[in-house]
Design a protein around this ligand. Structure first.
Ligand code: ADP
Length: 483
């Protein structure tokens, strides 16, 4: 996909700022390393202007009815679906994932607009029965105010709508900072909202210097909530720096998801689910499987079938037909995967398949889908997010022991169990210290359900009515009345 040499990427108070008048940075295609376009490299001044625009737009946006706000979100949903193929192609070009996955992501991203268009009219309050006859007690949900949203590159479309759709439905105004690797999907989403009739200043977009933009949001009294998806380190930084103004926070951070394949699992199903979990988006997903525990009685069958299927995965440019694994996002990502592999092999892991870079004639950051056995608990792959296509497999033989292992991490985002027994599914789900448990399901992220981690995987929920609660304050009104 060829775009113009330069693309406007800063949108404040309903106006696109001309990229010709700004510093720029280049966006690259991670499959070919070719430059796609240049976008504006904004910082403090642009962020301050965006916050100011959002603060003033908030005053009218919050006073519109939920129904009025939902009309714009519905319209944006329709526009996004109509354009899903083109948007998918842009997403693949900047991020690398296979086109089919990219189009699927765009449709999922539109799904958040639809869900919160529906929820916009359903921000219910409460009427609390008073213990005193002469009082009436009301709880009124009201939008928190201006929201600073910082999003990652692994899901350049859905991570944005998952944040801004509930915020907008609730009546908040937004300053959005997308990841520098993937600003193009963000630009398209903002254009869609503009086309759908979003009033000026309600949604603002600033690309550029992450630290300067983030710090300006943090330093502003007017930004009342920071919503962030990304690394745990940056999440902790935002949490610390939010203290001065006591901002609300919604953080979706890292994970280290275990998959547990029990002896009563359907092995064919387990293999195909494990493949999806590990290799979707090339393992660059905060809920993807990081480690797999397989019961000793099914280990041989699982490994044999898994190896067969992994060998069939086609690697390449995501726009090519049949490709299942695109490139990693950048050089650092590739280096991290190589470091995890080296560490595992040095400490005795066996490479069942893969185990090296892929050299298929493209310049991008490709790595072969890799399965490791003989892995031990102290290896990097078993503790840190690899964010790449390495699947370490360990054998277990006791339910309680494997639950302890699964829980033995500072993370607590998603965990998966494969079993055909209902009692086990319920029992183990309850004991796993995770915000999300998938039982024979590895794609739990949907618009209608609360997605979010515990422990160092984050605070708050995205999706479902819980996702909108993040952007609402419950104002309590106590009224004395004459009886
Ligand atoms: P990753 O390592 O997966 O890229 P990051 O947490 O670094 O994860 O990035 C997620 C988002 O956070 C991106 O939009 C990135 O630009 C942004 N970011 C990185 N550092 C900072 C920072 N110091 N302040 C605010 N945002 C930041």
């Amino acid at each position: 996909m060829k775009l113009k040499n330069k693309t406007n990427s800063i949108f404040i108070d309903g106006k696109w700022h001309s990229v010709d008048e700004q510093d720029t940075e280049t966006v690259y295609n991670p499959a070919t390393l070719e430059p796609i376009t240049e976008v504006a490299y904004g910082g403090k001044a642009e962020t301050e202007a965006a916050i100011q625009a959002a603060s003033s737009a908030f005053k009218t946006w919050r006073d519109m009815t939920g129904r009025e706000r939902s009309r714009i979100l519905y319209k944006a949903h329709e526009l996004m679906l109509e354009d899903a193929d083109r948007l998918g192609e842009i997403l693949t070009t900047e991020q690398g994932k296979p086109l089919k996955e990219a189009i699927g992501e765009v449709k999922g991203a539109a799904g958040f607009l639809l869900w919160y268009a529906e929820e916009a009219s359903r921000a219910y309050g409460e009427w609390i029965p008073s213990s005193v006859k002469s009082k009436r007690l009301l709880v009124i949900p009201q939008p928190v105010g201006v929201v600073g949203a910082i999003t990652p590159w692994n899901f350049p479309a859905s991570m944005i709508t998952r944040k801004i759709a509930p915020a907008l439905a609730a009546g908040c105004a937004i300053v959005l900072k997308p990841a520098p690797e993937t600003p193009l999907s963000a630009i398209e989403i903002v254009k869609i909202l503009e086309q759908a009739g979003m009033p000026n200043g309600v949604v603002n977009l600033v690309t550029g210097d992450a630290e300067a933009i983030g710090n300006t949001m943090l330093e502003s009294k007017d930004v009342r909530l920071m919503t962030f998806t990304g690394s745990t380190d940056v999440g902790k930084h935002l949490m610390r720096e939010s203290a001065d103004h006591v901002k609300k926070l919604s953080l979706e951070l890292g994970g280290h998801a275990p998959i547990v394949v029990f002896d009563d699992a359907d092995i064919d199903k387990a293999v195909s689910l494990a493949l999806v979990s590990k290799f979707r988006n090339n393992g660059q997903t905060c809920i993807c499987a990081n480690r797999v525990y397989v019961h000793e009685s099914v280990q041989d069958a699982f490994q044999e079938k898994l190896t067969e299927k992994v060998a069939e995965l086609k690697i390449g440019d995501g726009t090519e037909e049949g490709v299942k694994l695109g490139p990693l996002i950048n050089e650092q990502a590739l280096q991290k995967v190589e470091k995890h592999l080296d560490n595992a092999v040095k400490n005795g892991a066996e490479v069942i398949c893969g185990g090296d870079k892929w050299n298929g004639g493209l310049d991008g950051y490709f790595y072969q889908p890799t399965v490791l056995s003989n892995v031990t608990d102290d290896m990097l792959v078993m503790n840190e997010e690899t964010f790449g296509p390495i699947m370490p497999v360990q054998v277990f033989n006791d339910e309680d022991a494997v639950i302890d292992k699964a829980n033995d991490t500072d993370y607590g985002l998603a965990a998966y169990i494969f079993t055909e027994t209902t009692s086990r599914a319920v029992r183990v789900s309850e004991k796993l210290d995770y915000g999300i448990v998938g039982v024979n399901d590895v794609t739990p992220a949907v618009a209608e359900a609360p997605f979010g981690g515990i422990k160092q995987s984050g605070v708050g929920k995205e999706g479902g009515h819980h996702g909108m609660d993040e952007f609402l304050e419950m104002k309590y009104v106590s009224m004395g009345i004459d009886n």
